[in-house]
Design a protein around this ligand. Structure first.
Ligand code: NA7
Length: 539
């Protein structure tokens, strides 16, 4: 795009991943001018960067995809239950080509600042080239898990071997062949790459801080009959997703863990374990995420599985999580626990022996020293706020977003924030993005934003900003909702507690995708209470 300095486009957008591509599509559909900027050389967002071995989505591919075009969902065929990174990236490239969206973006371009010019009522972006670009509305489609966490492991600077991070993977698995490899981190990324690295490494040492619940992914190729059946019913399936709790077709349960006998409970867990997915063991009874005693029955079932799979009792016990099942992001693995039975794999618990430093060729803990040739960092992200703060979003009235959120995130619906007019987040903090199929929330947010802009413009105005009251109310709703669940009891990136100094506010709305949609739709219907609509529309 070639908008010159001074020219004002309708929509400025940061990011060309799932969110940015749909925002570009929507803008084109509305006849709005759109200028998107993307740090990476191409589309894909998280699926562009996270190319580590084993990377795949753990929401089923048939749901983790766009629903806005019936033609698209008919012509695209997913090959596996859980698509690998490469296939999702191919899909996003297909979408970009199919709807001619690439031309709306400038790639290899980082937005370094975003300033609201109050007199002109426009956003001005500063690009890393030093150029500026102006637009009426600014859409942060910059992702929730896109800013890698700093390598906060002591002594990293001393290590002279190969270092690679899962979120910026730039080597091939072969580069680790025959090497002594360390993986630090056992979240979803670590869990996915560990079994594959174990197959090629001479020795793999896994450095684990908090063991996570790892369910068998049960990935499989999608048989043509299944694909055909889904395509037949796709519109209905999508509708089900939109109104579901998790953005995937629901499997409602009403009975509680202690409503049934011990044997019956065990039988149900076994079935759920075979089914796996987000509606597996952790969703088998209605009270598993709200009642600790109920949760403990599911947790103990899973600990038993771990003990059955892992031969060495000490390793098994180190792998057993102690926090409530489902209270942090669950992981889905393929042969994860089995990997610890390999003779070339060992586990170090950083709870027992924290890392104190590194040398040029070893990781030193309080318990010993481990010689390694390569370190794989799978330490996660500065979730949600990291990518937003990196934009240096600033208004004369509110200052920077970082300042405005010094004591924690504050949003209206996870989409807007007081003091920042005409600024929108897609899949933002305090939206359902965190604990659901984010593809559903992305489409919903973009549609809602487009409706709001259209509404404001039809009333002859252009500037929209939430009231602090509406924002406080939404903050209370997200907090009250999460406090009814066991999510509130456990530290994780969900709460910002994985990053030193980050305020711990819960970063999502966990009342369900369907309920959230109803709330947003109702607000739109009522003419956007909670949003101040002002300023004169520009012809
Ligand atoms: P996660 O889930 O944040 O996992 C990061 C892992 O790295 C986790 O086990 C952390 O332990 C560990 N970690 C982080 N910092 C350190 C340091 N300094 N030393 C040792 N270990 C550390 O990130 P992922 O990339 O795996 O997954 C992110 C999301 O992507 C995932 O939830 C899905 O939604 C997709 P901790 O738990 O903090 O003790």
């Amino acid at each position: 795009n070639t908008n010159s300095t001074g020219h004002v486009v309708d929509i400025l957008c940061v990011g060309a991943g799932f969110s940015g591509l749909y925002a570009a599509y929507k803008a084109a559909e509305q006849g709005w001018t759109f200028a998107g900027y993307e740090k990476a050389p191409d589309v894909g967002g998280t699926w562009f960067w996270n190319t580590y071995p084993g990377a795949r989505c753990d929401v089923e591919s048939i749901y983790y995809s766009y629903s806005f075009s019936e033609e698209l969902q008919q012509e695209w065929t997913w090959s596996e239950r859980f698509a690998p990174q490469s296939e999702i990236l191919r899909y996003l490239n297909h979408v970009a080509d199919r709807f001619d969206l690439r031309r709306h973006f400038r790639f290899d371009t980082t937005v370094v600042a975003a300033n609201w010019l109050a007199d002109e009522q426009v956003w001005e972006l500063t690009l890393d080239s030093g150029e500026t670009r102006r637009g009426r509305y600014l859409v942060a489609a910059s992702g929730g898990l896109s800013t890698p966490k700093d390598a906060d492991v002591p002594g990293m600077e001393n290590f002279t071997g190969l270092t690679v991070s899962t979120s910026r993977w730039n080597i091939s698995l072969d580069d680790l062949a025959g090497k002594r490899v360390a993986v630090i981190g056992t979240g979803s990324s670590g869990v996915q790459c560990i079994p594959l690295i174990a197959e090629v490494a001479e020795h793999l040492t896994v450095f684990q801080r908090t063991p996570n619940w790892v369910f068998p992914a049960r990935n499989a190729t999608l048989p043509p009959e299944t694909v055909a059946e889904i395509k037949n019913r796709y519109p209905a399936i999508r509708e089900e997703c939109r109104h579901s709790p998790g953005g995937i077709p629901d499997r409602p349960v009403t009975d509680r863990a202690f409503d049934v006998s011990d044997e019956e409970r065990q039988r149900r867990y076994e079935e759920a374990y075979e089914r796996s997915g987000f509606l597996g063991v952790g969703a088998e009874f209605a009270d598993l995420l709200t009642d600790r005693r109920a949760n403990e029955t599911a947790a103990e079932f899973m600990r038993q599985k771990i003990r059955q799979i892992v031969h060495d009792p000490r390793t098994a016990s180190l792998l057993e999580p102690q926090f409530p099942l489902g209270a942090r992001r669950s992981c889905f693995g393929t042969g994860y626990y089995e990997t610890f039975n390999r003779p070339n794999v060992s586990l170090v618990s950083l709870r027992e022996e924290p890392i104190t430093t590194m040398t040029s060729g070893s990781i030193v803990t309080e318990g010993g020293s481990y010689d390694v040739d390569a370190i794989v960092l799978a330490i996660g992200f500065d979730a949600f706020t990291g990518p937003l703060f990196a934009l240096n979003v600033t208004t004369p009235h509110a200052g920077t977003l970082r300042d405005a959120w010094r004591d924690g995130v504050r949003t209206y619906l996870g989409i807007m924030t007081a003091g920042f007019p005409n600024f929108f987040m897609v899949g933002g903090p305090q939206s359902p993005a965190l604990a659901s199929n984010v593809a559903v929330t992305i489409e919903q947010a973009v549609d809602w934003i487009a409706d709001l802009i259209t509404y404001a413009r039809t009333t002859g105005r252009e500037v929209v900003e939430p009231t602090t009251q509406a924002q406080d109310d939404w903050g209370n709703i997200t907090e009250t909702t999460v406090n009814q669940t066991l999510y509130a009891t456990t530290d994780s990136w969900y709460r910002g507690s994985n990053v030193d100094g980050k305020p711990t506010t819960f970063l999502g709305y966990v009342g369900g995708v369907g309920k959230y949609r109803r709330i947003c739709t109702e607000i739109a219907k009522r003419g956007y209470p909670g949003v101040m609509i002002g300023g004169q529309a520009v012809a």
